[in-house]
Design a protein around this ligand. Structure first.
Ligand code: NAP
Length: 514
């Protein structure tokens, strides 16, 4: 039932339970709020009828309740996606391009509506949520174009009467498992690519942020994405392992496309191995942000603000370790501190002027404060922040700057995923490289230098999938996004992002001389 009719019907009937009242009230505000899962082009409940609550991390209020689906629901959705694949794989690239373009147009038109949902469940400031919509949507636009460029090859044959054809064929059903930090963009980055390639999917968003996924597929529905091509299974954290197991092992699944922590990525990689399924893994990072004496320090500080405090530090490519040359250390730190204290305004994402929202949940808040406490206990000095902003709520952590950090502290080794910048003094290029590479992660790295040779040397020797020289932001639809080492396998964005969802088929055409 369309949401407007549902609202009118329920209000007129006077037959409302509390959760329905809450949903109706939220819908007055959040136009793209949907409280059911989406399978085979329909809004559905869990077979068990169970639901779980989605909270606004700014004040812990309930935004909506959504179906708490289990492994049986997931199996059903995968079967649906498999059936849809039988026809979707044969659509022309032009047709898929058109559908993606319509989805893109609708998302663009609904930027504000999507952003409101993102802010309501993730807590990020509205301006950042709008930025996420623009970023996420750029993948739909990019893959609408790329769909028509997933080409094969004709290779000169060693035989006079034969021809060698290599064609790119869609893999089939893709299980898409996404995190809460970019709840819209992490979906479009995958689904745009796999749809362009001719695949279908089942999406499992995080318990914290299923509503952005549902809002996105509402617009996919309106855009005419055929039923069964995109499905969303909402599930509580409790059910994630069993649902995840089905999504990795089910016979219909040909690929697991996961963005999230390295810990969970390893579990899913193991499950996928049993069926020799393709994996695309975008995992955690531990990005170094390296500043050399030749750098423009004011510019480096500006970029540090973006690389660290975007999404309140909850970004996989967020700068985690600031390795600053001793010659410019004091200058950098002084300016960084001043900028943090001036620019980081903590509060609920809906409040005008706020630049940093809450952390997503209690577990994340505990982790961030624990890392700071461990560092301080081992000798780190707090120059700014370093504690919860209790007056705002239990998940607001002050934007923090630490110095005297060393490699023995947990905060150096782990991805902080919060608003904490740690500055470490270094003396040389060699030392910076050694420290930067002393991690199992290898997602993004940032270097600030005006020495061209140094920039090339560093880029070559850093064991990271992405290196930004003199910039703090590197994400876009056009480049290939992804990590090395324990940061993942595969690439998203660029044409490579779509090719990930294809198999290369070799066809030998023989007897051509007869
Ligand atoms: P997470 O705990 O690994 O969760 C990611 C997704 O996996 C969520 O949907 C989660 O559901 C689900 N999940 C958890 N355990 C599972 C299991 N056993 N089987 C199947 N699914 C399971 O990561 P997160 O805390 O949401 O996100 C933060 C991490 O993501 C960080 O490490 C960050 O660096 C990484 N990340 C990487 C990229 C990249 O492009 N490389 C981009 C964004 C984020 P629940 O949330 O409901 O538990």
């Amino acid at each position: 039932m369309h949401i407007l009719y549902l609202r009118t019907y329920l209000l007129r009937s006077g037959n409302l339970v509390e959760s329905q009242k809450m949903y109706i009230n939220q819908c007055r505000r959040l136009h793209l709020l949907r409280n059911q899962a989406y399978v085979n082009g329909e809004w559905v409940k869990a077979k068990s009828n169970l639901v779980f609550a989605v909270h606004n991390p700014a004040d812990d209020s309930v935004v909506a309740e959504v179906p708490d689906m289990d492994s049986k629901d997931a199996q059903n959705a995968l079967l649906t996606a498999s059936n849809a694949f039988q026809t979707w794989k044969d659509t022309t690239a032009k047709e898929r391009s058109r559908i993606l373009r319509r989805w893109f147009d609708l998302c663009e038109k609904n930027t504000d509506n999507l952003a409101e949902v993102i802010t309501a469940e993730s807590g990020k400031p509205l301006a950042e949520a709008k930025g996420e919509v623009a970023y996420g949507n750029s993948f739909l636009e990019w893959f609408a174009d790329s769909a028509r460029h997933i080409n094969g090859e004709i290779i000169p044959s060693p035989w006079p009467n034969k021809q060698i054809l290599l064609t790119r064929n869609p893999l089939g059903v893709v299980s898409v498992i996404t995190p809460w930090n970019f709840p819209f963009a992490m979906i479009t980055r995958k689904v745009g690519a796999l749809m362009a390639a001719g695949c279908t999917c089942v999406i499992k968003p995080s318990e914290d942020t299923p509503l952005s996924a549902l809002a996105a597929v509402e617009l996919a529905h309106q855009a005419g994405v055929p039923k069964g091509v995109v499905n969303v299974v909402t599930t509580s954290r409790k059910n994630a392992p069993t649902v995840g197991k089905v999504m990795c092992e089910d016979e219909y699944v040909r690929c697991i496309s996961f963005t999230g922590s390295t810990t969970v990525g390893k579990i899913l990689y193991g499950l996928a191995a049993k069926g020799i399924k393709r994996v695309a893994l975008e995992l955690g990072g531990n990005a170094p942000f390296i500043v050399f004496p030749s750098a423009d320090i004011d510019h480096a500080v500006d970029q540090a603000m973006l690389a660290k405090f975007r999404n309140n530090g909850q970004a996989c490519i967020g700068a985690n370790r600031f390795l600053i040359h001793e010659i410019v250390f004091d200058d950098f730190v002084k300016k960084f501190k001043a900028r943090i204290e001036k620019k980081c305004v903590l509060g609920p994402g809906t409040k005008e002027g706020v630049t940093c929202g809450p952390l997503i949940n209690n577990e994340q808040a505990k982790k961030v404060s624990g890392l700071v406490d461990d560092a301080v206990a081992k000798g780190a000095k707090v120059l700014s922040g370093g504690k919860f902003a209790k007056n705002l709520g239990n998940k607001f952590y002050e934007s923090t700057l630490l110095v005297d950090v060393n490699q023995d502290m947990q905060i150096f080794k782990e991805e902080v995923f919060g608003p904490v910048a740690t500055c470490i003094k270094m003396k040389s290029e060699e030392e910076a490289l050694k420290m930067a590479n002393s991690t199992r992660s290898g997602l993004a790295a940032y270097i600030f230098t005006k020495d061209l040779g140094q920039a090339f040397r560093m880029s070559k020797n850093l064991e990271f999938g992405m290196v930004a020289i003199n910039d703090g932001i590197l994400s876009a639809a056009e480049p290939a996004f992804g990590g090395v080492k324990e940061s993942g396998i595969g690439r998203e964005g660029s044409l490579h992002g779509a090719v990930e969802y294809t198999d290369l088929k070799y066809t030998l055409m023989s007897g051509l001389d007869k």
